[in-house]
Design a protein around this ligand. Structure first.
Ligand code: NAD
Length: 353
């Protein structure tokens, strides 16, 4: 197939890890007979430096016409003061909004070869394979905000259609997996959560009676993710709960450098990025872990291009590289750590076999 892929490497380690993912996509193209048109644009601090804007119009135009977007990371210490009116992180928020990307998919997989890097006991990690789906465009982050000298408020709003589309997406993906959906809310306290729960119950009863549904309060979910993580299959939740739970869940995998994500909407056009940031502390050293970026490219193949076989091949190649002991510094290597390039090369070598 032919596909047009936008590359937005961004800042810090973003370009380093994106380069490795792109090289892997090129190997996939030649091995499976595809043709990619790869087009790069600036975003984040790099874009502010060049144009004064974190998401210049040319970058947005490219993102809106490409079949999929491979994103690195944005953020730079020189713009870290929250008092700055224009900040690199606004680039990714604007992109999600402009493209209507309402769901963030974060798989949490504990690769056997690097189980020792997780802070959890290895026996708890046996069989952990979770897909967390976070609602991305509603809730308290986007509600009305007020501030006086003595008082501040953030309004949390959800509408029925916003919950319906997350419930349907979660149920569809659960059907393709182990058939279990956990909906996380705080229905004992919050009105938005009571709406969330009633909508999820109705959609599941009417449209997905075959999917096993359970509900969990967010505080209990935070505990159970550590106590019995292998019980979860697909987990759906609202924006702020998802923001917090996904970072917690990423620790099951052992390193931020292993966690991929996809932001998707109504069309097949999606944005794929590692969950980590621009890591300025290690940028430019060639030591960042590129596996999360490569696994994000696999999600791009699966969700935007519908190339399941190719996605699986790329994921299997990452597993092979990890099993061969190719570990970057964050993965507690036993000997000398692998460089970013070494890790990418190991994945490509496995792909070629
Ligand atoms: P971070 O994820 O960049 O780094 C946290 C720690 O993890 C650092 O010690 C870093 O060295 C390490 N780390 C992260 N990714 C790694 C990788 N691939 N390999 C090895 N080690 C890795 O988070 P932070 O330090 O809180 O934020 C840095 C900047 O990134 C900030 O400007 C922040 O706003 C931004 N950020 C951007 C995104 C995004 O682009 N979506 C997400 C999170 C943070």
């Amino acid at each position: 197939m032919k596909a047009h892929i936008a590359l937005l490497p961004g800042d810090g380690i973003g370009p380093e890890v994106t380069t490795e993912a792109v090289e892997c996509l090129k190997v996939i193209a030649s091995r499976f007979g595809h043709e990619w048109r790869l087009e790069e644009a600036i975003v984040g601090a790099a874009a502010i430096d060049a144009t004064g804007m974190p998401l210049p119009p040319a970058t947005l135009a490219l993102a809106k016409t490409a079949d999929a977007i491979l994103f690195g990371a944005v953020g730079a210490p020189r713009y870290s003061d929250p008092a700055h009116k224009v900040r690199p992180e606004q680039g990714i928020l604007q992109l999600r909004q402009e493209l209507g990307l309402y769901a963030n998919l974060r798989p949490v997989v504990c690769f056997e070869a690097v189980r020792d890097t997780s802070p959890l006991k290895p026996e708890l990690l046996e069989g952990v394979d979770i897909l967390v789906i976070r609602e991305l465009t509603g809730g308290i982050y986007f509600g009305e905000k007020t501030r006086t000298e003595t008082r501040a408020s953030d309004l949390c709003v959800y509408t029925v259609p916003e919950v319906e589309r997350i419930a349907r997406l979660g149920a569809r993906l659960a059907r393709e997996r182990r058939g279990k959906l956990t909906s996380v809310d705080k229905a004992n306290v919050l009105e938005t959560s009571r709406l969330w729960r009633s909508v999820v119950v109705r959609v599941m009863k009417e449209e997905f009676p075959d999917v096993l549904l359970d509900h969990m309060y967010v505080d209990a979910a935070a505990m159970h993710l550590l106590r019995r993580p292998s019980d979860f299959d697909v987990l759906i939740t609202e924006n702020m709960f998802g923001d917090i739970l996904t970072d917690e869940a990423s620790m099951l995998a052992g390193s931020l450098g292993l966690c991929a994500s996809a932001s998707i909407g109504a069309s097949t056009r999606g944005l794929y990025e590692p969950i980590h940031g621009s890591a300025p502390d290690i940028a430019g050293k060639g030591i960042a872990n590129p596996y999360a970026a490569i696994l994000s490219a696999a999600m791009l193949l699966r969700h935007s291009l519908r190339l399941e076989r190719e996605a699986k091949a790329l994921e299997a190649a990452v597993v092979a590289a990890l099993s061969a002991g190719v570990r970057t510094a964050d993965l507690k290597p036993r000997g000398a750590p692998a460089s970013t390039r070494d890790a990418g090369d190991a994945v490509r070598a496995a792909l070629a076999r």
